[in-house]
Design a binder for this molecule. Structure first.
Ligand SMILES: [Zn+2]
Length: 324
């Protein structure tokens, strides 16, 4: 246990508890002890009152500077669909190397300092329905409750988001993007070039799914980016799956750092075996990104959440619950 890693706010809470303890302690001093040999028993001569006043002043100061609930950092997970596969060989694994045939498709919201970031947009909202849909590619999807409905449960609307960022612009990560056109888009310049300018060269990008973002306020990134300027939420450039693929590091005060994988990995086995999907734009670059992200995980002690690993996603708390 290394207490230097504890969030600073803990010092605040420990001090508040200490002052309350002191406040009780002074009143355990018997009155006769205080006034023994005193010329008068006037109340202002009772040091317990003076001590209490000072302790109260300290409590007010510490309570004032404790962060309000609205400013705390929270990470929410939404169910933005499920994908069913018969064959995983396109992901660089043989069908014998993994039992996984179902993929979770989560969306995430980070609240920090009263601002909100959407990370990944899930399956297209047009696939929301009570039963499984079969796509022209043969892939089956199930998306029973749209991201927008799940946000409404928290009394939130797309307009309440300050920033949007997507690991990449494949259809299962930007499905709700068009609803968030007012938010500020944080995108790697290489992804912007591929998805918005050269998308005809990349049949994996369906430009209609994010057409509304064409005129969105945006920042074109060339590498890692500190979203809120205080080191808590960092977009980490990890290209290879697509030209401007990125992952997200969130340093949660209580849970600890979490790294959201995007599609750097699709299965636990592609991580342990260092495999790359055949449809990645650059396999060598993907391996370099894996090295970079693994080094970051080792340095920060972050927990890796592989977004498409359903067993892992299912074991995590879903919205309206959250991590902090
Ligand atoms: Zn994906």
């Amino acid at each position: 246990m290394d207490i230097t890693n504890w969030p600073v706010v803990w010092a605040n809470y420990v001090s508040i508890a200490g002052f309350i303890f002191l406040g009780v302690l002074v009143w355990l001093i018997p009155k006769r002890l205080i006034f023994s040999g005193a010329k008068s028993n006037a109340r202002w001569r009772d040091v317990r009152w003076w001590a209490s006043a000072l302790i109260l002043l300290q409590l007010v100061i510490y309570a004032t500077f404790a962060p309000p609930a609205a400013a705390e950092t929270r990470l929410y997970i939404f169910d933005c669909g499920t994908l069913y596969l018969d064959d995983v060989s396109a992901f660089g694994l043989s069908n014998e190397e993994t039992d996984a045939r179902v993929m979770s498709v989560p969306c995430y919201m980070v609240e920090h300092g009263g601002k909100r970031l959407l990370w990944d947009g899930g399956l297209p909202l047009s696939l929301v329905g009570d039963s499984r849909q079969t796509l022209p590619t043969g892939l089956q999807t199930f998306y029973p409750r749209s991201l927008l409905d799940q946000l409404a449960m928290l009394n939130l609307q797309p307009e309440d988001f300050d920033y949007i960022a997507f690991s990449h612009f494949h259809f299962d990560h930007i499905g709700a993007a068009n609803a968030f056109a007012d938010a500020h888009l944080l995108i790697q310049e290489a992804e912007y070039q591929a998805a918005f300018v050269d998308h005809e060269k990349y049949p994996v990008f369906d430009a209609s799914l994010y057409a509304a973002l064409t005129d969105s306020p945006r920042t074109l990134l060339q590498g890692d980016h500190d979203v809120f300027g205080d080191g808590v939420v960092t977009l980490v450039s990890a290209p290879g799956h697509t030209p401007g693929h990125q992952v997200l590091l969130v340093r949660l005060p209580e849970y600890g750092p979490v790294l959201l994988s995007g599609d750097l990995y699709h299965f636990s086995e592609t991580r342990s075996l260092r495999r790359t999907p055949v449809f990645n734009t650059d396999a060598e670059e993907t391996l370099r990104s894996m090295d970079k992200v693994e080094a970051l995980i080792a340095a920060t002690g972050a927990t890796l959440w592989i977004e498409h690993v359903k067993a892992q996603t299912d074991a995590l708390k879903a919205a309206p619950d959250y991590y902090r």
